[in-house]
Write a protein that binds this ligand. Structure first.
Ligand SMILES: [Zn+2]
Ligand SMILES: [Zn+2]
Length: 146
């Protein structure tokens, strides 16, 4: 399920605003992440862009550039595979603080709406819980495995 991607001009502007040159591979990688509804692995993104002639190393290098620039968020959901998604987006499920659901059986990863999992660090909670650089994961069985 894809949602309408930002147009190329908006993506180039986002790259320049982050201090990156707006190269074609970067625009294409951002566009692929912007139209995805789940975090994607490097392999999934590279497969999707292979027919446009970008090799895996190019895709990887640009993913890292985009992550370092803060446009893309990278997370490991317990299977030692980095998955990438836009750091922020028009859809609320891509708010920075959203949690992820990970299927304990098939490993599928889904973005959860922000309001479905929220932290309310009480008195005495570790300071980390009040930070913004958190990775919240919920594990269970996805709809197809349940
Ligand atoms: Zn599953
Ligand atoms: Zn997500």
């Amino acid at each position: 399920m894809a949602r309408p991607a930002k147009n190329q001009r908006e993506l180039r502007e986002a790259l320049r605003a982050a201090g990156l040159r707006a190269t074609i591979p970067r625009v294409r990688v951002l566009s692929a992440l912007g139209s995805a509804t789940t975090p994607l692995s490097h392999g999934e993104i590279a497969d999707g862009l292979a027919e446009e002639g970008f090799d895996r190393a190019t895709v990887y290098r640009n993913l890292i550039d985009l992550t370092d620039a803060g446009l893309v968020r990278r997370s490991d959901h317990g299977d030692h595979v980095w998955r990438f998604e836009l750091a922020s987006g028009d859809n609320h499920e891509h708010d920075e603080s959203h949690a992820h659901f990970v299927c304990a059986s098939c490993g599928a990863v889904e973005c959860l709406p922000t309001e479905s999992v929220t932290l309310s660090p009480g008195r005495g909670a570790p300071r980390a819980l009040k930070g913004s650089d958190l990775e919240i994961q919920v594990r269970g069985l996805c709809d197809s495995c349940a």
